[in-house]
Design a protein around this ligand. Structure first.
Ligand code: ADP
Ligand code: ADP
Length: 226
């Protein structure tokens, strides 16, 4: 766990689009921040800058006090969960979850233990030898979460992780993420379009508009305003 700090962060894409401007957010150790706002307001861009998938044009991103602007994604100690799951289709569930740890050179014993624990938490034990194509959407998303959890990162980033699931699954996965959050207490930045997700998960809500922070506050505070 670690605090995650955005200081005057901005992004101008090649071609001159100002996607994010002067964003300041101090995320406390263990805090769960949900980022909302209309389509095109810069949510994905912001997340991708924190992940290291997009360069930061202006300002600084700190994780656990360390400036990470110029670090590769793998060096940031952050795990990201994507809307489209981004699983490796040719690998089993087990290997998908183990991949990051193997790359990092963890021992076989550590990898087995972490994968087994994540599989227990996410009720994936009976699917470990399957390929992603033989799983339901909800199961695939749980594998994507398992892959993030096993790394025991300083922070999680979620980019609309539930928006490809049907309404019923979204409700149960929302509760599942809430349980994981209570159990792991990992600093998180979560993008969603779903107000119930935001209300259920957020310690604080950040509303972006036109690439700028419009409001920051507890969910009830933010949603009460017109
Ligand atoms: P899109 O065009 O991408 O569907 P919307 O304009 O529907 O985007 O807004 C996306 C979500 O962001 C909404 O579901 C809403 O919950 C949230 N949202 C947008 N603006 C605000 C706001 N000012 N305060 C709180 N939540 C907001
Ligand atoms: P959101 O996730 O809130 O829908 P995005 O971060 O995807 O918003 O986009 C913010 C703005 O940046 C939009 O105007 C979008 O068109 C633009 N944008 C996003 N990605 C790129 C890119 N690779 N190149 C140029 N402009 C982009």
């Amino acid at each position: 766990m670690a605090e995650l700090t955005l200081k005057s962060v901005g992004k101008t894409y090649a071609g001159g689009v100002d996607a994010v401007s002067d964003v300041n957010i101090d995320i406390k150790d263990g805090e769960f921040i949900v980022l909302v706002g209309p389509s095109g307001c810069g949510k994905s861009t912001l997340l991708r800058m924190v992940a290291g998938l997009e360069t930061v044009t202006r300002g600084d991103v700190h994780i656990g006090g360390r400036r990470v602007n110029d670090l590769d994604p793998a060096e940031r100690d952050i795990a990201m969960v994507f809307q489209n799951y981004a699983l490796y289709p040719h690998m089993s569930v087990r290997d998908n979850m183990a991949y990051g740890l193997k790359n990092r050179g963890e021992s076989k014993a550590v990898i087995e233990e972490r994968v087994a624990e994540a599989a227990r938490m996410l009720e994936l034990g009976q699917y470990l030898d399957r390929k992603p194509r033989a799983l339901s959407g909800g199961q695939r998303q749980r594998v994507a979460m398992g892959r993030a959890i096993v790394r025991q990162p300083s922070a999680f980033l979620f980019d609309e992780p539930l928006s490809n699931l049907d309404a019923k699954l979204r409700v149960s996965m929302r509760m599942e993420i809430r349980k994981l959050q209570q159990r792991l207490g990992t600093t998180s930045l979560y993008v969603t379009h779903d107000q119930l997700e935001a209300m259920t998960l957020a310690d604080r809500l950040v509303v972006l508009n036109g690439g700028r922070v419009e409001q920051i506050g507890a969910p009830l505070e933010v949603y009460r305003k017109p």
